[in-house]
Design a protein around this ligand. Structure first.
Ligand code: MSP
Length: 504
C-alpha cells in the first residue's frame, strides 16, 4: 500500500470559481479516487487563498470588510466541491487560526536560522499577480502576465534565496521527477541556473494579511503565506518532523503553469531553510481557453462549472475535462466539443452498453446469471484484452496521461459493444439459452470491471452501475435494472438554448 498526499493550489477569492479552477480540483480528485481504488492511502486537500492587496481591494469595491468578502467568496469555492463531486479530506482557509499559527512558526524558524533580514526593495510591482519584476522582465512596459506595473520602493524583509541556487540545482538533479512534465522542469532549471536574487517576503502597503511576528507594520508576503497551507494541512507546527511524515514525504502539489516558479523554486528553498524536506513532486498542467479565446469576464466567455453540472451532471464535466486535454498542454473548452464527447462515449458507448446488458439480463435471465461451465475462446480473448487495457491505465494515471487512460476505457467499451453485436444474445434467447446466459455473464463481469476503473472519473454513474450489478456472491451475478437513463442523449440542435457562461 502506498501513501499519497495530494493538494490543489488554494484559490484566490477575488472572483467566483470557473472551469479552470474546477479542472485542477477534478484532476486531483481523479488521482485521489484512482489511488483509493488501488487500495492506497490518500489525503487530499484544497482551500482558499484569502490575503493580499488584491483581495483587500476587491472587498473595498464590493463595499465589504475583507473578512465578510472572503467569507462569501470562499463559500462559493467550498460549495462547488459537492457539485463537482470532490472527495477531499480537508478544506483550508488562510484566514483560519491554525494557518496563522503555521505561518508565524515557519517565519520564526526561517528568522532563527538566519535566513531573513530587513532591507529596502524597489522594483516594478504587478498588483494583479502580487509580484515584483525587474526592468528586463517587463514586456512592452507590462508584467510578463500582461498586467500594468507600478514602480515601488518599500522597506521589507528579505529571504536569502540567493544562497539556495546550488542546493536547488543539486536537488533537481537528485530528484529528476520533482517537476512534471519535463518541459516545465527545463524552464525551472534555466531560471535557477540564471541566478537567484533574495526575495522580498513582507509588505507594508496593505493590512489584510498575517502580520510579521514581532513587527506588525509588516504583512507576510502572500506567497509565503499561501504556500504554507500545505504544511498547515499536515498539522504543522504541532507535527514538526515533516521530513519523516509519511504524508509529507509523498506530497504532490498540482498547479497551473503560471505558478510553477513559486512551487518549484521558492517553496523548496523556504523548506530547505527550515530544514524540512521538499515535497515529492510538483505536477503542472496547462490552461483552458474558452471557445477558442482566453477566458475573460469582458468577453463574456467564462465557462461556469455549476451550470454544466446542473444541465448535464458532474460526471460528464469531469469526463470531458480529463478526456479533451492532453495533460500539461493548453486546451479549448467548447460546448460543441463537450456535447460531442458526451453523446459519443457517455450516452452511446457506455450508457447503452450498461442499459442493454443489465435490462436484458433482468428480462431474460430472471435477474440472476451464473458463471459458465466453460468459457469459449471468444469469451476468454475478450476478458484478456479488457484486463490488459485496464492494467495499462494504472501506469498512465501514474504518469498523469489522463486522456490515454480514458482512451483505454473507451477501447474496452467498444470491445464490449462489438461482443454484443457479434454474439447477438437476442437471437440466442430463442436458439441456445445456455450460451445466452454465458454471453451475459461475460458481458456483465467485464462491464463491472471496466466500470470500477471508470469510477474515478464518473463516480456517480459508476456507483449506480455497480449497485445494479451485484457481484458479491462467487460465480453468480444478480442484476437489478432501473428506469433511470444514465446519460440521456443531448440533442446537439439545441446548443443555442444552453446557457453555460458565468453572468456576473
Ligand atoms: N492563490 C494562488 C495559488 C496559491 S497556491 C499556494 C492562485 N490562485 S488562482 O485562483 O489564481 O489560480 C489557482 C489555479 O487555478 C491555477 O494554478 C490553475 O491551476 C487554475 N486555473 C485558473 N485559471 C485556469 C484556466 N483558465 N485553465 C486551467 N487552470 C487555470 O494562483
Amino acid at each position: 500500500m502506498k501513501t499519497v498526499y495530494i493538494t490543489t493550489p488554494i484559490y484566490y477569492v477575488n472572483a467566483k470559481p470557473h472551469i479552470g479552477h474546477a479542472y485542477t480540483t477534478i484532476v486531483c480528485d481523479v488521482v485521489t479516487r484512482f489511488n483509493r481504488m488501488l487500495g492506497n492511502e490518500v489525503k487530499f486537500v484544497t482551500g482558499t487563498d484569502e490575503h493580499g492587496k488584491k483581495i483587500e481591494q476587491s472587498a473595498v469595491n464590493a463595499g465589504l470588510e475583507p473578512i465578510e468578502f472572503t467569507n462569501q467568496v470562499s463559500k462559493l469555492f467550498r460549495d462547488l466541491l459537492p457539485i463537482i463531486n470532490i472527495s477531499n479530506d480537508d478544506f483550508i482557509r488562510t484566514t483560519e487560526e491554525r494557518h496563522k499559527k503555521a505561518v508565524s512558526h515557519l517565519w520564526n524558524t526561517l528568522n532563527d536560522k538566519g535566513y531573513i533580514y530587513l532591507g529596502e526593495y524597489s522594483g516594478w510591482y504587478d498588483v494583479r499577480n502580487e509580484a515584483y519584476f525587474s526592468e528586463d522582465e517587463l514586456v512592452n512596459g507590462k508584467s510578463p502576465h500582461g498586467c500594468d506595473v507600478i514602480m515601488m520602493n518599500e522597506e521589507c524583509y528579505f529571504f536569502k534565496l540567493s544562497e539556495f541556487q546550488n542546493r536547488l540545482l543539486e536537488f533537481y538533479d537528485e530528484h529528476p521527477d520533482f517537476i512534471h512534465p519535463n518541459q516545465r522542469r527545463n524552464e525551472v532549471l534555466s531560471f535557477v541556473q540564471g541566478g537567484l536574487k533574495d526575495l522580498a517576503i513582507s509588505r507594508k502597503t496593505f493590512k489584510w494579511g498575517i502580520p510579521v511576528p514581532n513587527d506588525s507594520d509588516h504583512i507576510v508576503y502572500v506567497w509565503l503565506d499561501a504556500l504554507t497551507n500545505y504544511l498547515t494541512l499536515n498539522n504543522y507546527p504541532e507535527n514538526l518532523d515533516q521530513s519523516n511524515d509519511r504524508y509529507w514525504r509523498n506530497a504532490i502539489h498540482f498547479v497551473g503553469k503560471e505558478i510553477v516558479r513559486f512551487h518549484a523554486v521558492y517553496w523548496p528553498a523556504f523548506l530547505m531553510a527550515a530544514e524540512i524536506s521538499p515535497p515529492k513532486q510538483i505536477v503542472v498542467h496547462g490552461w483552458w481557453m474558452s471557445e477558442g479565446e482566453k477566458m475573460s469576464k469582458s468577453l463574456g466567455n467564462v465557462q461556469d462549472p455549476v451550470k454544466y453540472c446542473n444541465l448535464f451532471g458532474s460526471d460528464s464535466l469531469r469526463y470531458f475535462l480529463l478526456r479533451e486535454l492532453a495533460f500539461g498542454s493548453d486546451g479549448n473548452f467548447s460546448l460543441e466539443g463537450f456535447i460531442g464527447r458526451y453523446n459519443g462515449i457517455l450516452a452511446n458507448s457506455y450508457g447503452n452498453l450498461c442499459k442493454r446488458t443489465i435490462s436484458f439480463a433482468q428480462k431474460y435471465c430472471n435477474c440472476v446469471v451464473t458463471s459458465p461451465k466453460r468459457f469459449t475462446e471468444e469469451d476468454i480473448v475478450l476478458s484478456e484484452k479488457i484486463d490488459k487495457l485496464l492494467e495499462e491505465t494504472v501506469g498512465l494515471v501514474e504518469h498523469y496521461a489522463f486522456n490515454k487512460y480514458l482512451e483505454r476505457i473507451e477501447q474496452a467499451l467498444s470491445l464490449l459493444n462489438q461482443f454484443i453485436d457479434y454474439q447477438k444474445p437476442w437471437e440466442l434467447k430463442d436458439k441456445d439459452q445456455e450460451r445466452m446466459q454465458d454471453v451475459l455473464y461475460t458481458l456483465l463481469d467485464n462491464t463491472y470491471k471496466v466500470t470500477s476503473f471508470f469510477e474515478p472519473v464518473i463516480p456517480q454513474a459508476a456507483e449506480k452501475v455497480m449497485s445494479q450489478i451485484d457481484m458479491s456472491e462467487d460465480g453468480v451475478i444478480k442484476v437489478n435494472d432501473s428506469d433511470e437513463q444514465l446519460f440521456p442523449k443531448i440533442d446537439a440542435k439545441n446548443i443555442g438554448e444552453f446557457d453555460v457562461f458565468a453572468r456576473d
